[in-house]
Design a protein around this ligand. Sequence first.
Ligand code: GLU
Length: 473
Amino acid sequence: MEAALKRDWNFRQSVDLMYGRAASFTDISPKLIEKIKVCNATYTVRFGVKLRGEVHTFTGYRAVHSEHIEPVKGGIRYSLDVNQDEVEALAALMTFKTALVEVPFGGSKGGLCIRPKDWNEEELERITRRFTYELAKRDLIHPSLNVPAPDMGTGEREMAWMMDEFRRLNNTNIDNIACVTGKPVHLGGIEGRVEATGRGVQYALREFFRHPDDIKKAKLRGSLDGKKIIIQGLGNVGYHAAKFLSEEDGAKIIKVIERGGSISNNSGINIEDLKQHLHNGLPLKEYKEGTFAKPSPQEIECACDILIPAATEGVINIKNAHKIKAKMIIEAANGPVTAMADSILRDNGVFIIPDLYANAGGVTVSYFEWVKNIGHIRFGRLQRRNEESKNRSLIDALANQNGLKFNKRFKSKYIEGADEIDLVRAGLDDTMRTAYVNIKTILENKPELGDLRTSAFYSVINNIALHYKSIGL
Ligand code: GLU
């Protein structure tokens, strides 16, 4: 019925509609529903930087969606497509995402209208430092108020510049390096942050495959082993998800869709090899271990078990939703499915693991990084050797007193205490598993919600409403 309207919603409207749909199942007052929905504030900063002998004016945004918990959290994206509506939609998703995976942050998002490729490294550093200064002046970057992170077009390098600029301006704040997450490890970052969003997608899929009724709903069978996957976008998130799923779970990446075209191979693409090819600056079409096809809207519609949109919003929309042949979609990107497409896909029985859950791995590990920064100690530093010596005593006692013989690999793996990366991965795995079971249980108890997205929104709206009510709103 909705689809008969023949018009689609933009990203911001899509998030609002998905939110509204779930909210209609709650008994929260419409006024509070409205309050939770709106974006509290969006700051637009315009600043000039003298580059190549001229002053260039840049426009940046930082949207603060909800401050029911502070600091607020969310990435900063560098792209020419950045605009106020987009950052507000992304900030709203951050509020819901953090609530869903129980990390104690409100939601925020930022963006700078810039094509990073147009500038060299030195210029990008100057632009980033100036942007940071503008944000810092307004407390839009601050360890206890607002903590940015990487997003599309930004990474460890930009976070290092931002942290350093903030640190210079706030050198008496002992927590100053906690002003951003996603920093390089040697500058206060955490092991496993770069891979975190892709890793989270892997853990989410592993959890899905632990639930036979969900596997059945998706018209799939068995495990991840041998599943045919199409990945759209081989950036940080897509690359890590595809790499881990193929190397560790036996899934076959049968197609990688990039801006410049796609590579297909029914026996599975070696993701590391393809990434290396692109890293060497070679064009996709010269990659020989698969069939190249020019960019075409049909690529995303191809048959597969699992479709992973891992690039940007709105790629599955009213124009192609009814042609999607994937049995299930896991939204590694933010907002890849418009509200209209969501309704078409639901009608067609395509199983969707929604963005606010599926890509929450990034912010989860950001939370670990922030805790590490304000704790001023690496995870595992105190316990690791103590754990190791206790484990060694146990193994030695079993061997000496009971004559048990242990396989060498098992022995060293068992004895070794957990390192930071082990703890980060375990913490992320636990987070993804718990959140999946939470939204699945809610759906089981309230089947009228209909799907995991609505159940996820329903869960977080109730949770945030409780926060607001408890503080007297
Ligand atoms: N930009 C990422 C996201 O969309 C990470 C945000 C963060 O770590 O704060 O979830």
